[in-house]
Design a protein around this ligand. Structure first.
Ligand code: GLA
Length: 388
């Protein structure tokens, strides 16, 4: 596991080398979703955990009226006037921190001049919420400079707005929420309707093995947006008959039996995934709580194939990564995690078998696709915080 103190000193040294100043440093983690996919914007349930990949944001005040944002990963700097920050995106990595500044300014906060240095080890475009980690760490850094703070759920909403309104990705609340509110050694069953949540302990003998198909995923892409539109189309059809249905969270499989014929075939399939996924997610949290690993694994498998066949958000490589894991010793459950169309599978594995599981899964995948997958042994980690 990465030691936060080591990460902190490294980032402090990098910040010093670039800006010649002493920063305050904030960390926000990426996440893995155990179950509950494309349910968040339908006001349903998700069960993610924060992981020990994170973005660090170092910040220090400036006296020259400028906002200078430096990416340690890209070794690239962008300079703006604090009094005239961009109001629209440019398609550059800086859109994520700038989006946060734009939302905070919209909340009536005066954005001061500062230097910000961002470094991240969350794999990019892999469905592990690298963008939420940038947004949340940036927000904490800038708020600390202003002397303001928000409760975790409010912080998550502000960062989601940065993504929706500035970056232009129509994502739900899950990623920013878990990055801001994650708990070490726990997953979190989140009700995306009112943002109430329940912590679900991940037993010490269960490992989170994340397997990267190396197929890139993007929520800014058209597929995510079109799925969301189909989910909303299905809800609107049911609402014609049951006006109390505002989101698929309120709908049942019985509603689909009755009125599914009025939807496009795609909307019907997407709705079947979302409605059944909400049931599975709540059931999975219960199974985790009572230590019923067999049921948990069964629900994860069902979730994967629903995501693949009804939601059509998987890909050949992710389906294979799930299949290749099935008979490996120690597997509890496996499924594609995150926004879909590539990215990573999450595998819950008996910890005693985790290292061997990871090695063998990697070999099998490489033999099939001639692509070497990255496989990460992760832990459920603490949400965003200042590194003192
Ligand atoms: C992306 C989005 C989330 C959520 C997932 C799918 O990660 O950012 O809001 O919709 O996809 O579950």
């Amino acid at each position: 596991m990465r030691d936060p103190q080591v990460l902190r000193s490294l980032h402090q040294a990098r910040f010093g080398a670039h800006f010649g100043a002493e920063p305050a440093i904030f960390a926000a983690p990426g996440r893995v979703n155990l179950i509950g996919e494309h349910t968040d914007y339908a006001e349903g349930f998700v069960m993610p955990a924060a992981i020990d990949f994170a973005t660090l944001a170092g910040v220090s005040p400036r006296a020259d009226g400028k906002v200078v944002i430096y990416s340690e990963n890209y070794k690239e700097e962008r300079v703006f006037e604090a009094a005239a920050l961009p109001k629209t995106k440019t398609g550059h990595w800086s859109d994520y921190p700038l989006g946060v500044l734009s939302v905070l300014a919209g909340e009536g906060l005066a954005i001061p001049a500062f230097s910000l240095s961002i470094w991240s080890d969350v794999p990019l475009g892999s469905g592990l919420s690298s963008s939420a980690a940038i947004e949340v760490s940036t927000a904490l850094a800038v708020l600390s400079l202003i002397g303001a703070s928000y409760p975790g759920p409010v912080l998550a909403r502000l960062c989601q707005r940065a993504e929706n309104e500035f970056v232009g990705a129509s994502s739900g609340i899950m990623d920013q929420f878990i990055s801001a509110n994650g708990k070490k050694d726990h997953a979190l069953l989140l009700d995306c309707r009112d943002l109430s949540y329940k912590l679900a302990p991940i037993p010490a003998d269960v490992a989170l093995v994340i397997a990267n198909t190396m197929v890139k995923h993007a929520v800014t892409g058209g597929e995510y947006t079109s799925r969301r539109a189909q989910v909303e189309e299905a809800a609107a059809v049911i609402a014609r008959h049951r006006p109390e249905v505002k989101f698929l969270r309120d709908a049942t499989l019985d509603d689909l039996e009755r009125w599914g014929g009025e939807m496009s075939p795609e909307a019907l399939k997407r709705a079947r995934h979302v409605i059944s996924e909400n049931l599975r997610t709540v059931a999975a949290a219960e199974a985790l709580e009572r230590g019923d690993r067999e049921e948990l694994g069964r629900l994860m498998a069902e979730a994967h194939w629903s995501y693949s066949r009804d939601f059509e958000a998987s890909c050949v490589e992710a389906d294979a990564m799930v299949e290749l894991a099935q008979d490996l010793p120690g597997l509890i459950g496996a499924r594609l995690t995150g926004g879909g169309f590539g990215g990573c599978t999450v595998n819950l594995v008996d910890a005693a078998h985790a290292a061997e599981f990871a090695a063998r899964l990697g070999e099998r995948y490489q033999a099939r696709f001639a692509i070497r997958p990255e496989i990460y042994l992760c832990h459920a980690s603490e949400g965003a915080r200042k590194l003192d």
